[in-house]
Design a binder for this molecule. Structure first.
Ligand SMILES: [Zn+2]
Ligand SMILES: [Zn+2]
Length: 247
């Protein structure tokens, strides 16, 4: 498990990229091999990275693959601290695809709570933005209280809800009170909120509210590029865009 100290300096946060998919993920490009990832992270001046492949199958050999990747990286030798994690799936209220033995063996437990595009994901009964917001809040709350998560991946973004054409619809439905309450729950249960590159830049108005209330509540933010290609390992350019948007 990993949780950094609360920090609101993007020049500090950008030294960590805690959301990287390898070639093991179906969406990760074949170029996402250990040596290339490490060399690119070194070039970019990162201090810490997390490897977070998708966990979409209860029988996915997460531990075995992570061991193999660790052996390869140990043999390379690097000063970068590598967390061998997973992007796990909290696919419904109180529902987790990973067995507890897998969860406990991971260095970093990044959970997505809104991959409604996956066939096994639970949906609210009513297909309204309000129902989807409440459903996501309920999932994140149950996850935070479970003690299973270190961080929430791309929280509350509407892009995965296919029944609405406007992807901002679900996200913008969240009230300031709801944002304050869920950030407080994350803070109380030592769960970080991911500053996910695509989520922050794709949902600018929502992201400004998250940053504002997050600082007020003292929530921990982690930076994650959601890298599927080598050119998304470097955080520098995204960090500059974060500063323009959030400061
Ligand atoms: Zn994801
Ligand atoms: Zn991801």
């Amino acid at each position: 498990m990993y949780l950094r100290e609360p920090c609101y300096d993007i020049d500090e946060l950008k030294l960590e990229n805690l959301h990287i998919h390898t070639f093991h993920s179906a969406c990760g490009k074949p170029e996402m091999q250990m040596e290339s990832i490490i060399r690119e992270a070194e070039r970019a001046g990162l201090k810490k990275i997390a490897l977070t492949d998708h966990f979409n199958d209860p029988d996915y050999p997460a531990i075995e693959y992570n061991k193999e990747m660790k052996a390869e990286i140990d043999a390379l030798g690097t000063d970068i601290e590598v967390l061998y994690g997973m992007e796990l799936s909290a696919y419904g209220v109180g529902k987790f695809l990973d067995r507890i033995e897998i969860n406990e063996a991971l260095d970093y437990r990044l959970y997505s709570c809104n991959h409604y595009n996956m066939p096994y994901w639970e949906h609210p009964e009513e297909k309204t933005p309000r129902a989807y917001v409440q459903h996501q809040i309920d999932i994140v709350t149950s996850l935070a209280k479970s003690g299973r998560a270190d961080c929430i991946a791309h929280p509350f973004i509407g892009r995965f809800v296919a029944c609405f054409e406007d992807r901002q619809l679900v996200t913008n439905e969240m009230t300031d009170n709801e944002i304050g309450d869920i950030l407080t729950i994350l803070k109380e249960h030592n769960v970080a909120y991911e500053l996910n590159a695509g989520a922050i830049l794709g949902y600018p108005e929502f992201s400004k509210r998250i940053w504002h209330y997050g600082k007020e509540v003292g929530v921990v933010f982690h930076m994650g590029m959601d890298a599927h290609t080598l050119n998304r390992i470097d955080t520098a350019e995204t960090a500059e865009n974060f500063k323009k948007l959030l400061y």
